[in-house]
Design a protein around this ligand. Structure first.
Ligand SMILES: Nc1ncnc2c1ncn2[C@@H]1O[C@H](COP(=O)(O)OP(=O)(O)OP(=O)(O)O)[C@@H](O)[C@H]1O
Ligand SMILES: [Mg+2]
Length: 305
């Protein structure tokens, strides 16, 4: 039986981990696009690229060769997040970047003190600087992911609309339960996000229905369509709302962001105005469902595989 949706207590930033040890389910795409949408809506957002693949870092157009310090320094060397933060060129959105060096941390952490809670300690120092902190996890349940789950208030679980979608989700839930019991008592799932939904196939709808029976309260109403635009955007270092703001993918991520904010009891257009802040600095409210024309070519979209 699914537990009731969690009550969210505010202590500075709310920390959300995007986790699923299954590879290629849309963790990074969701982490990047939600971060950009939430920052544009007026929230101060920190995106932590907690994956040695560094896909979130490149998706935002950050050159990895030019990075001095990265997530590796935070987990393995105990560096502060503020010393590793890079600007993304977007208002209110900062990034903790990652490179393949982070893979070494997975091994080194084993012998370190407080090996599960190093990210949590680092986040405590910057919690007051942000409204929302999103952590993109790697496709594994090793110590790097455990650090994210120990640091997080809540987990978003992206699930791909495909055969065997729920395979492995049981193992993820077991890990979340273990972390909750031993390391992070209030950890909970805030939402299950269905990704790469293909409206032309019965399988997609079948998978959504199946997941809905497991997570009737957790599943987000908005599903993310399979869309070439979403897959193309990162190659330009752009989020979907920057690449094609009226595409179906952009609308879907804005809808998910709106649902997420509702579940967190946060308004759709940022928190209360901070001292000295202008309207422009405050960001635009989320415009969910507003009619917009798109340059999107439906036939091209349909051809996405
Ligand atoms: N809705 C979508 N429609 C089409 N392609 C998508 C969609 N979402 C993600 N993709 C593409 O699918 C691939 C996997 O997505 P993504 O990198 O977000 O998954 P992931 O769970 O982060 O993967 P990993 O486990 O390797 O970190 C990427 O090439 C991405 O561009
Ligand atoms: Mg990823």
């Amino acid at each position: 039986m699914e537990r009731a949706l969690p009550h969210v207590a505010r202590r500075g930033a709310i920390v959300l981990a995007l986790a699923n040890q299954k590879g290629g389910v849309g963790k990074t795409t969701s982490a990047v696009n939600l971060s950009v949408v939430l920052a544009a809506a007026g929230y101060r957002v920190l995106l932590i690229d907690n994956d040695p693949q560094g896909n979130a870092t490149s998706s935002l157009g950050i050159e990895k060769q030019e990075l001095d310090r990265t997530m590796y320094d935070v987990l393995a060397e105990g560096a502060s997040l503020s010393g590793v933060t890079v600007e993304t060129g977007r208002d209110r959105l900062a990034l903790i970047p990652s490179t393949p060096a982070l893979a070494g941390a997975e091994v080194e952490l084993v012998n370190l003190d407080a090996r599960e809670s190093r990210l949590r300690s680092a986040i405590q120092q910057v919690r007051g600087d942000y409204d929302l902190i999103l952590i993109d996890c790697p496709p594994s349940l090793g110590l790097i992911t455990v650090n994210a789950l120990t640091a997080a208030d809540l987990v978003v679980v992206p699930i791909q609309c495909e055969f065997l979608a729920l395979e492995g989700v049981g193992q993820l839930i077991t890990t979340i339960d273990l972390v909750r019991r031993q390391l992070n008592r209030s950890l909970d799932i805030i939402g299950v996000l269905m990704t790469m939904f293909d409206g032309r196939t019965r399988l997609s709808q079948h998978v959504v229905n199946e997941v809905r029976t497991y997570f009737p309260e957790r599943i987000f109403e908005a599903v993310i369509p399979r869309s070439v635009r979403l897959a193309e955007a990162p190659s330009y270092g752009q989020s979907i709302v920057e690449y094609d703001r009226s595409s179906r993918g952009a609308k879907a991520y804005r809808s998910v962001a709106e649902e997420l904010l509702g579940r967190l009891d946060l308004p759709p257009n940022g928190v209360e105005r901070r001292d000295g802040e202008t309207d422009q600095e405050r960001g635009e409210p989320l415009l969910v469902g507003a009619p917009q024309s798109s340059s999107e070519d439906a036939s091209q979209e349909g051809a996405a595989s």
